[in-house]
Design a protein around this ligand. Structure first.
Ligand code: 13P
Length: 342
């Protein structure tokens, strides 16, 4: 294993002022998001949409990496360059989602287990040949009252994440380890804290058992936040504090960076929360960054709407959102930066 190469890539992905765009939605997910704004989902519309995002001028200033889906890493832009080459030409590192999505957890059907370990080494080799330098695997943990998650769901997913990470490091790819505790439900922020801490401890226990090098990986967790339907919604500072306190107790200092998912927060909340964390804490061992899908894409997708005459307007919105999150990386974002642009 070339640890130095892994460490260099991991650090590059959490370069101050920059973060990651997750553009790795599966066909099912992107179809749902497209349909919500009236876009038909075809191989061509998915390509055009992602080309629109990736060719946004100057995006490399705020994006260190983009996570691609298997279909996208094989597609070409309209000028004949591979979409992964378009990213490289922007100074952005191409990455790839390598899990094969979730199935119902056996004997606990309300929970999910992420599959994709079989044949993984062979698929990674192919992606290395296509220029990918990092990967993502997402596990999903569901909260339901005191009943869920079950211990076996947390542990089975932690084990799979650790094996995935080990396969990736062996192949020379930086693994992004993503155990997502879902925002869905009416649980309190305290319950989210408790489940997130248990999930992260179990994940890092498994990573240790599988000898994964912590300096050559990144963590992509949820923020510690109130359930979407909870009566009391925690404020920005509370989310920032609870999230960092939870991470301090469960993430080893050797991990170079933590890149949050947005997980159903509004685009403004996702920026405000990250900003508050970086403003309130200046002595953390890891970079606190973003790896957002919805919080970066919501507005540009809606503006684009499948209409080629809207490309530059959509790119402007995408650039703005990336810039705001770039500012949140150093705690220098403020609400009036939104108004200035409007
Ligand atoms: P969201 O930011 O929309 O949660 O997506 C991030 C991601 O990559 C989920 O796997």
């Amino acid at each position: 294993m070339d640890l130095q190469k892994l460490e260099t890539t991991a650090r590059e992905l959490v370069t101050p002022g920059q973060g990651i765009l997750a553009a790795d939605e599966s066909h099912g997910t992107i179809t749902k998001r497209f349909e919500a704004v009236g876009i038909e989902s075809t191989e061509e519309t998915r390509r055009d949409y992602r080309e629109m995002l990736f060719t946004t001028e100057g995006i490399g200033e705020f994006l260190s990496g983009v996570i691609l889906f298997d279909e996208t890493i094989r597609q070409e832009a309209s000028d004949g360059r591979l979409l992964s080459k378009v990213l490289e030409d922007q100074g952005v590192i191409p990455g790839i989602k390598v899990d094969m999505s979730t199935v119902a957890m056996p004997l606990s059907p309300e929970e999910k287990y992420t599959q994709g370990l079989d044949g993984l080494a062979g698929r990674l080799e192919e992606y290395v040949g296509m220029g990918a330098r990092f990967t993502k695997w997402r596990a999903v943990i569901t909260i339901k009252d005191e009943e869920l998650p079950t211990r076996q769901c947390i542990e089975a997913n932690a084990r799979a994440l650790a094996l995935y990470a080990a396969f990736c490091q062996e192949a020379g790819l930086v693994p992004i380890v993503e155990p997502e505790v879902l925002i869905d439900g009416d649980h309190s922020i305290e319950r989210c804290y408790e489940v997130t801490e248990a999930t992260l401890r179990s994940t890092f226990g498994a990573l240790y058992e599988h000898a994964v090098e912590l300096t050559g990986m990144l963590l992509k967790p949820n923020m510690v936040i109130s359930g979407k339907e909870a009566e009391r919604q925690a404020g920005v500072e509370e989310v920032a504090r609870m999230t960092v306190e939870c991470l301090k107790r469960s993430v080893p200092a050797a991990v170079p960076g933590i890149a949050f998912l947005s997980g159903g927060q509004s685009q403004l909340q996702a920026t405000q929360h990250l900003n508050a964390m970086n403003q309130m804490y200046d002595d953390l061992p890891w970079q606190l960054s973003f790896s957002y899908a919805r919080a970066l894409q919501e507005q540009p997708m809606e503006i684009w709407g499948g209409d080629s005459s809207k490309v530059s307007e959509a790119q402007k919105a995408f650039y703005h959102r990336a810039k705001m999150n770039g500012a949140a990386r150093s705690g220098s974002y403020s609400d009036d930066m939104e108004e200035q642009a409007a």
